[in-house]
Design a protein around this ligand. Structure first.
Ligand code: ADP
Ligand code: MG
Ligand code: ZN
Length: 468
């Protein structure tokens, strides 16, 4: 890409996450996704005059969880404000959001600082048809948090890492279901470029990115577009842009001149939100260990390579599963191989979640023990594992039924080795004459003679002794 080396990319991310409440933020309407249009509405979320909002306590609790899980300070006082603008999906003529006094500030994910987390309500949804635009207000009043980062992100790759971890954290904390296709998690990317050492450049904001692929493509496109503008002597205008996935490009949605003056002011219908320290402690004590801390622990305490550790914390269910396997078998390295390479392959092939998987951590742990103690060989273990994944039977049952137990008794192995030596006089003579390469062939014959069940090191040793 021309001119790329001379510029530094600066990105700040704004993420909207739908909170996992059963009901809306200021009324009792359900939030379930996919209901018939306008079936989950009431005077409050339809913005009828005189209807009064009542704050959903559960929504606040989930927002506090998000704040604590991302290392933010949760403030004892925050204020709901009216963000005034007109749009057909916003029947009240304003969105209730937090502005000057947000719920939480000052967290961190990797090296990316979190500026603020605030609570707000979602708007409805417009469905554009050829002859008309329809509005569905089921989504109006759904509780959201917005998580705003500092402009600390330096590439599309870093943006992906930050968003992946943020999504994991929100899902671990059961704050948000993380479903980007359904819009439970949406991202706006603010992008600018500068020559290293210069002050921050003018940014553009790319709205409503709802997949990791689009986020990467939109940022890469936008960076190159800005470089081209500057290299051709132009200036970047502050504007809001939309990403068109089909064309793979961003386009102007509105410019700074058209930007809204939202005339924020505190909502007179809602008291300032006060959160006492007892509530914060209670919420904190209910949080599970987070993916970052778990990945670090796997690496430090168990010497798991970073990429494996990250794969194992991808979801809370998987991390819990992995830790239970380690507990059951006592060998983190083997547990890593079996969970990451074998269990995940089966889940992937069969489109199952870890929660649906028939092989419990205890069962996998026992299989690993059988391998570790030499009761079965590596090849047999894979067979047992595959059968276990289908039938859900314990490893021992399968080993017994299929006669897969490994033979490590030297006497039994010697008997078979004797037969191999009798059947292959030429090779034996070659070996004794100094052509030691045939040793591998003779051991191979021995394994065959024993149906592959002889323990490899014992077989080698016995054969060597008999040939000597
Ligand atoms: P607004 O409310 O207009 O969106 P904010 O001050 O809340 O403005 O900033 C929005 C986002 O833009 C934040 O994530 C911030 O980190 C990011 N940002 C601010 N300045 C820049 C810049 N020059 N380049 C890239 N991102 C920026
Ligand atoms: Mg913004
Ligand atoms: Zn309602």
């Amino acid at each position: 890409m021309p001119g790329h080396e001379q510029y530094e990319t600066i990105i700040g991310l704004e993420v909207h996450a739908r909170l996992l409440t059963a009901t809306k933020i200021f009324c009792g309407c359900p939030t379930a996704f996919g209901a018939p249009p306008n079936s989950q509405v009431c005077p409050v979320c339809l913005g009828y005059p005189g209807a009064l909002p009542v704050l959903n306590r559960r929504a606040v609790e989930l927002a506090i969880r998000a704040g604590l899980a991302t290392g933010c300070d949760v403030h004892p006082r925050s204020v709901f404000a009216r963000k005034n603008y007109f749009y057909p999906d916003l029947p009240k003529g304003y969105q209730i959001s937090q502005f000057e006094e947000p719920l939480a500030t000052g967290g961190k994910i990797f090296d990316i600082r979190i500026l603020r987390i605030h609570m707000e309500e979602d708007a409805g949804k417009l469905l554009h048809q050829s002859d008309a635009s329809l509005v569905d207000l089921n989504r109006a009043g759904t509780p959201l948090i917005e998580i705003v980062s500092e402009p600390d992100v330096r590439s599309a790759e870093e943006a992906t890492q930050y968003l992946t971890r943020l999504r994991q954290i929100l899902m671990y904390a059961e704050v948000c279901d993380g479903n980007m296709e359904e819009g439970s998690l949406r991202c706006d990317a603010n992008v600018s470029i500068r020559k290293p050492g210069d002050p921050l450049g003018t940014r553009t904001e790319i709205k409503n990115l709802n997949s990791f692929r689009f986020i990467r493509a939109a940022i890469d496109y936008e960076v190159q577009r800005q470089i081209d503008v500057l290299e051709n002597g132009g200036t970047i205008r502050q504007e809001t842009r939309l990403f068109d996935p089909a064309a793979g490009e961003t386009r102007v949605m509105r410019s700074k001149e058209e930007a809204h003056d939202y005339r924020y002011f505190p909502d007179p219908d809602l008291q300032p939100l006060t959160i006492d320290s007892a509530w914060i402690s209670e919420v904190r004590s209910g949080l599970p260990a987070m993916p970052g801390a778990r990945s670090e622990r796997y690496q430090k305490e168990w010497s798991i390579p970073p990429l494996d550790a990250e794969a194992l914390v991808a979801s809370r269910g998987l991390a819990d599963y992995f830790e239970a396997v380690v507990e059951a078998c006592g060998n983190p390295r083997l547990a890593t191989n079996w969970v990451r390479n074998e269990a995940l392959r089966v889940l992937n092939d069969r489109k199952l979640t870890i929660e649906e998987y028939k092989v419990t951590p205890a069962m996998l742990g026992r299989l690993i023990r059988l391998v570790e103690t030499g009761a079965i060989g590596g090849k047999a273990a894979k067979e047992v594992f595959d059968e276990m994944s289908t039938s859900g039977e314990p490893a021992e049952t399968i080993v017994d039924r299929r006669g897969l137990a490994q033979i490590s008794d030297p006497a039994a192995i010697r008997e078979a080795a004797q037969r191999v030596i009798e059947k292959n006089p030429t090779q034996v003579e070659q070996y004794r004459g100094g052509k030691t390469q045939v040793f591998g062939f003779l051991v191979g014959q021995l394994m065959k003679e024993m149906g592959g069940r002889a323990k490899a090191d014992v077989a080698n040793q016995v054969m060597r002794e008999l040939l000597a």
